[in-house]
Design a protein around this ligand. Structure first.
Ligand code: ZN
Length: 340
């Protein structure tokens, strides 16, 4: 694994100490929430309230992002300055208060040690922030956020997604209550702790004997979009076995010894993308057989083809580990290409 590669992954960055010790101290959490240094990130339907900047609405994360007039910045608000309706919400209508940790990469606006929280607002509470308030999509802005912004948005979104689908105990169906600054839910019937889950997925940069890179076009995309092959790790499976199996299923290609290169969280809704590089096995013929279900087209690309300014191939967006793995093979940043 290369440290530089890992540091290049937009969603793997963070500027926060998650401060595990304070989570289990409700009085300390209340004191942090009430402190003048506390800041809160507001989410609505997976988007974060923006301080400045505009959201490139309608962009899907492939190809070049539309021009935005101002670099996007997440609003980190003082709790006492939140909208009245949000501050007053109680009981079931109150959003879960998620404790994200303390700032380590401090700045003039956000000093080191500042405690950070997040609240996921429902539709009604989000109406307290009507236009011109803007909400940012993590996939679209991740690469343009600073380390603290990218880290807390990713952490908050992953946690909010877990809470949204774990209000009831998966074992007995009883209601659950929130503890530990949002990091635990407890079953009210069985008195057991439930912890946030992450789904591991593997994504593989595959090269052939001529050092060409294998990219596939997904059935859900328009037909000139290409990316790396990826898939979820199944229960009872190692990362390496999942990489070999997924690539075989989706492409018919047999790979040898996938080599780990780095990972980044991908909270859409709950994935951890684990990146590998692999070579096609010399012992098997490298005939491409797209599965026709998930993957409709497969192609080997040379670096010249990727660099060709006349190409209409759309490559993955800057927030993705797919983009970073393609660039690792390519040897530098991919050429920015306007959408056809
Ligand atoms: Zn239960």
């Amino acid at each position: 694994m290369s440290r530089a590669f890992q540091a290049s992954l937009p969603l793997a960055r963070h500027g926060v100490d998650r401060d595990h010790a304070t989570r289990s101290d409700p009085a300390a959490l209340d004191a942090l929430w009430a402190s003048a240094e506390a800041r809160v990130l507001l989410l609505h339907r997976g988007r974060a309230l923006a301080a400045t900047g505009s959201n490139p609405v309608g962009w899907d994360g492939f190809g070049s992002a539309p021009e935005v007039p101002v670099r996007p910045v997440i609003a980190l608000t003082e709790p006492r300055l939140m909208a009245e309706a949000v501050r007053a919400a109680e009981g079931d209508s109150a959003p879960v208060r998620l404790y994200l940790g303390r700032v380590t990469a401090g700045s003039a606006e956000l000093p080191e040690g500042s405690p950070l929280f997040a609240l996921a607002l429902d539709d009604l509470l989000a109406e307290s922030y009507p236009a011109p308030a803007e909400w940012l999509d993590l996939r679209m802005v991740a690469a343009d956020l600073d380390d603290v912004g990218a880290g807390v948005f990713t952490e908050a979104l992953a946690m909010a997604n877990w809470h949204a689908t774990h209000r009831f105990c998966p074992r007995c169906g009883s209601s659950t209550t929130v503890e530990a600054g949002g990091w635990v839910r407890r079953c009210t019937k069985e008195d057991i702790e439930l912890f946030p889950r992450t789904d591991a997925a593997v994504i593989v940069g595959i090269v052939d004997a001529d050092d060409r890179l294998l990219l596939g076009s997904n059935a859900l995309w328009e037909n000139n979009r290409f990316s790396l092959l990826a898939g979820f790790v199944e229960p009872g499976e190692s990362l390496e076995s999942a990489a070999v199996r997924e690539i075989g299923e989706e492409s018919g290609v047999v790979i040898d010894d996938p080599e780990y290169v780095g990972s980044q969280p991908w909270p859409f809704p709950a994935s951890l993308m684990v990146g590998f590089m692999a070579r096609v096995s010399a012992d098997h013929e490298a005939e491409l057989r797209p599965d026709g279900d998930e993957i409709l087209e497969l192609r080997w690309f040379t670096r010249d083809e990727i660099a060709d300014p006349r190409s209409d191939v759309l490559l993955p967006g800057r927030s993705s580990i797919a983009r970073a793995i393609v660039e690792r093979w390519f040897g530098g940043p991919l050429p920015e290409r306007e959408r056809a």
